[in-house]
Design a protein around this ligand. Structure first.
Ligand SMILES: Cc1cc2nc3c(=O)[nH]c(=O)nc-3n(C[C@H](O)[C@H](O)[C@H](O)COP(=O)(O)O)c2cc1C
Length: 162
């Protein structure tokens, strides 16, 4: 059924659903930070507090993230679109260069310059086609300042002012 539509058209259509942009972070077994850009992120439940991120099964960060049992979401500010590119494209080792990090409850790294953040323990993960939907139970969260958000829409970055 979905074969008749095609990936390109599906991506184009879904690109009309404007989203924020997050960096998903965690730690590998040696304690090194790992992270990647994601917009397939949403809040799911209030009881318990749950979020989800849909992660490509080809993600090189995914195995370590699952093994660590936790992850954090850092929501990007409009002026940090460079970080969205960096965490999508650069070598994994270069992604955190020069960035101030901190931890909350689980130990997953949080970007100091994020607009807001959510710290999670992995609650469950569900296979969904070529992605794995990873649910996080919220262990901590907060906002930091009042800046405009980075928005992803029709394959481009932008912002909105509330
Ligand atoms: C705006 C944007 C949104 C993205 N959203 C997701 C996403 O929701 N899930 C995902 O697995 N990859 C997403 N990606 C792609 C990953 O960031 C990219 O494949 C990254 O290199 C994966 O890193 P890793 O191999 O270290 O896990 C997105 C990229 C961009 C630029």
């Amino acid at each position: 059924m979905s074969g008749e539509i095609g990936r390109q058209k599906f991506r184009e259509v879904m690109g009309n659903f404007a989203t924020g942009v997050a960096v998903v972070t965690g730690g590998d077994p040696r304690g090194n930070p790992l992270g990647f850009t994601a917009n397939a992120v949403t809040s799911v439940s209030l009881d318990p507090l749950l979020v989800l991120v849909a992660v490509d099964r080809d993600s090189t960060s995914l195995p370590a993230l699952l093994e660590s049992g936790s992850f954090a979401l850092s929501f990007l500010r409009a002026r940090d679109r460079g970080l969205a590119l960096r965490f999508a494209r650069s070598e994994r080792d270069a992604r955190f260069q020069g960035l101030a990090l901190r931890e909350d409850v689980t130990g997953a790294p949080i970007l100091e310059q994020a607009l807001a953040w959510v710290d999670c323990s992995i609650w469950k993960s569900v296979e969904a086609g070529d992605h794995l939907v990873v649910f996080g139970e919220v262990a901590g969260c907060g906002t930091q300042g009042h800046e405009d958000p980075l928005i992803f829409f029709q394959g481009r970055y932008g912002t909105i002012s509330p």
